[in-house]
Design a protein. Structure first.
Length: 473
């Protein structure tokens, strides 16, 4: 399979949704994405305070997604924080965390939000303490090589190290304990290219952060995890030592969204869906994107224009349903490229073996599940993921899982919480509580996560349809 190294696509990680919504209770995702625009009148000076933030172009920090929108875990969080503080963001990018910390020392930025840890801080810095995200360090190896279980088994004993890690204080200890290994810094400052190089056997061993690897796992699947080099460490934001009030406000914000569970959705966007799709699956899918998808692309795009479902998401649904086989028939009698049952096909006037009819019918069905089947209070992207589960297993079972989620004092409007409760409906004693009865409800969980994985790949490989949609998920 060809490597996905092009800079234009390198950092479009897990963009599982074209414009996701961060469901923090005090603001919407759309609000966090829009920097507060305060328009000065001719007689009024713009006094809106500015938060100067240091970011890094990186899969887990800050990048531009395939639809031209800013994205990244740290960008999302710092944007939401700035919104709560009624400040405008002034983003400054740096190649390494150390360069950003130097800018903080010089007073050129107010906060460093680059996935730093609290190790080795100087007297001029203070860090947040909220445990909003953790990440380990992994040793990756080429798939063509023996997979070691320790540094003692490395041959040759040369490891390329992410520049984000190389100057970390714990790296010095790692070098001391493994004096026979040559650790070399990756001077390209590009973790995703490093992961790709391991998968292509251009680099035999590399050390990267686990969350960076996870964010790229559907694109650089040939790079294998060998072993954990460093146990997970908490991420922090850094402020100047005199900015204690600002640090405390940021810490309160991160603590609040962590305690009330709102951090779950933004983490789910980048790291949340399980790695259920195998490398062979992704390789076959990527090949079919080139050879099969062109037959149906126009119809998926027509469906987007008619029903507002982003065409690449609909194409991912169709691939999971039939592998884009318009003649597909399952053991249960569902047929066609969108796998309609006979009853549902009649209800939507769909010719199941006509791919255009099936695609448009599938888009209409998914739209109605979102619009009419699910509560209006459910935010995106959760509404889309819940609708996909309903597309697979039926709305009744999804609603039952939401009831179970609520009984467990979790959020029935958030897919990550409902996802954990859907499989419980396979237990007779639990299913007996509901009219719909037993459900193979582990299946829709795997279904949704597979669709998300395929959609993630399509976001990199295929351009958005013009005129561009402001997608609702």
């Amino acid at each position: 399979m060809p490597p996905f190294r092009a800079i234009a696509v390198v950092l479009a990680v897990l963009a599982t949704a074209a414009a996701l919504l961060l469901p923090v209770k005090f603001l919407t995702w759309a609000e966090t994405r829009a920097v507060n625009a305060v328009v000065a009148t001719p007689i009024e000076v713009n006094t809106t305070p500015v938060l100067r933030v240091a970011l890094m172009v990186h899969p887990t920090i800050y990048y531009t997604d395939p639809n031209g929108e800013p994205a990244g875990l740290e960008y999302d969080l710092i944007s939401a924080f700035a919104q709560t503080q009624h400040t405008k963001l002034d983003i400054k990018t740096f190649a390494t965390p150390d360069a950003a910390r130097l800018a903080l020392f010089r007073g050129e930025v107010d906060v460093v939000a680059m996935g730093n840890t609290a190790d080795g801080l100087s007297a001029t810095e203070v860090a947040t303490k909220a445990r909003y995200q953790e990440s380990a360090w992994l040793l990756l190896n080429s798939p063509q090589k023996f997979t070691p279980k320790s540094f003692a088994e490395l041959l040759p004993k040369r490891v390329i190290v992410s520049s984000r890690i190389y100057t970390h204080p714990r790296m010095a200890e790692l070098k001391r304990k493994n004096a026979t290994v040559l650790f070399v810094e990756d001077t390209k400052n590009d973790d995703e290219s490093l992961i790709s190089a391991v998968g292509d056997d251009d680099v035999q061993y590399a050390i990267v952060e686990e969350d960076a690897y996870n964010a790229s796992r559907h694109f650089h699947y040939d790079a294998q995890r060998a072993f954990v080099v460093q146990a997970p460490m908490s991420r922090v934001w850094l402020f100047a030592h005199h900015a204690l009030a600002e640090r405390d406000s940021a810490n309160a914000f991160l603590t609040r969204i962590t305690r009330d569970g709102q951090i779950t959705r933004v983490l789910d966007r980048y790291f949340g869906f399980p790695q259920k799709i195998s490398p062979a699956d992704i390789e076959e899918f990527s090949e079919r994107v080139n050879t099969v998808l062109p037959r149906y692309r126009n119809w998926f795009q027509q469906a987007q224009e008619t029903y507002g479902i982003e065409w690449r998401l609909l194409a991912a649904v169709s691939y999971q349903e039939s592998h884009w086989n318009s003649d597909a028939t399952s053991e249960t009698g569902v047929r066609g490229i969108m796998q309609f049952t006979e009853d549902t096909a009649k209800r939507y006037n769909v010719d199941r073996l006509d791919p255009r009819s099936s695609i448009l019918g599938g888009a209409r069905y998914l739209t109605e599940l979102k619009r009419d089947g699910l509560s209006a209070r459910i935010q995106e992207p959760d509404k889309t993921w819940l609708a996909l589960a309903a597309y697979n297993i039926g709305l009744g079972h999804v609603e039952n899982a939401r009831i179970l989620t609520q009984r467990a004092k979790k959020n029935p409007d958030m897919w990550p919480d409902v996802r954990r409760h859907l499989p419980l409906l396979a237990k007779p004693e639990i299913a007996a509580q509901f009219k719909q009865g037993l459900c193979r409800c582990g299946m829709p969980v795997e279904y949704v996560e597979a669709v998300r994985a395929y959609y993630d790949v399509l976001l990199r490989l295929e351009a958005p349809h013009q005129p561009k949609l402001r997608a609702r998920f």
